[in-house]
Each structure stands twice: as structure tokens, then as C-alpha cells.
Design a protein. Sequence first.
Lengths: 131, 98
Amino acid sequence: MILGVIEGVAETTAAILKLFSGIISDKLRKRKLLVLIGYSISSMIRTFTGLVSGAWQIVFVRMLDRVGKGIRSAPRDALIASSVDESIRGKAYGFHRSMDHAGAVVGPFLALFTLIILVLGFNMKDTLLVL
Amino acid sequence: MLKSTPQSPFQDPNFWVFHVKHSLNHSKAILVLTKDMENEFRSTEAYRGNPDKGKIPHNVIVLGIVSLFTDAASEMIYPAYPHIYRCAGIWYSDTGSD
């Protein structure tokens, strides 16, 4: 139940913020600034994940991580749309999404290699046990 | 019998009909000219031979790279969540994925 609350709060925050950040970026006409703020919040707050010691702290970290995602998503898409010619808009979005998904593939491998190098000291037996 | 004549040309309805028609024709001519100019530009070598026309701009490439690293960082933490939740006193079952 607590896990559901944590994820629910995080995802709801992102979904609501996406709407407002889109409207704000349209009014301010400063999409790059919002994208920068969104990525910065997510990147900085993620480092605190290793320091949490209670459920409310996890809620806070996860929520702020999703706040960053909520702030950056809509202005980023608008920025891409306004940066490219109409004829190659699909290509630009396709490139961006492919890079995003490539990150999802690279991430677990990076985590694995970090684990092997830093924690297990190249010990393949322990590595296979972890896997 | 005296015929009333308008005091100024602006009071004559024919004046306005003439000028509105003239303005409309003028606007149509401008539209046609603009379209012709656009077509002419699209047929030039400068437009057709532009090597950057179909390329993804630099800022979109940079955004893609930033997204790659951000998502990689996000996915790096995911395998560690069970341990983090357990340390925080929460029983981990499944966090799902975004």
C-alpha cells in the first residue's frame, strides 16, 4: 500500500505539472529555461536517493524527481517542434524518443558494470550470484 | 425638382463599394504574388540543394543526448530500489516502470 502511495503521488505530480508547464511555457515563451529547470531538478534530486532512511523521504525524492519530469516534458516537445522544419518533425521526434529508449537500455548495463567494478571487484562468481 | 447631392465623396455609397472591391482585388493579387514568390523560391537551387534542409538541428541532437543520460541515470537506480525500500522499512513488491 505504501509503495502504491509513493508511486501514485510521484506520477500524479508529473501528470498535473505537465499540463501547467505547457501553459506556462506558452505564456512565458521561455521553453529552454523550463527544460533546463526540469532536467536540473531531476538530476540533482536523484543523488539524494542513496541518502533516504524513511518512507516519507522516498516520497519526497520520488515526487521531486517526477516534478522535474513534469516541468520539462511539455516545453521540451514544444521546443523540438519549433526547432525543426515541418517536413522532418517526425524524424526529430523519432530521434529524440530513440535516444530516450537507448538510455533505458544503457542504464541497467551501466548499473551492472558499476556493480562489478566498484562493489564486487571484478569477481565474476559474485556477479553471477547477484544476477 | 432638386436632387440632393452628397456633401463629400465619403457619403456616397458607390465610393465605398468601389474601394472595397478594389481593396479585395488588391489583396487577392498580393496573395497570388506571395504564392508565386514562394513557389519560385522552392524551385531554386538554394532551396533544393540546401544540405541542411533534412537534417536534425543541433539543439534537438543535444536534447536527445541529455535525454539518453537522464533516462540511463533513472534506469540505473531502478534495480537498487528494492534495497532502498527495504532499508527504509518498506516491503518492496513492484515499482513498475516509466
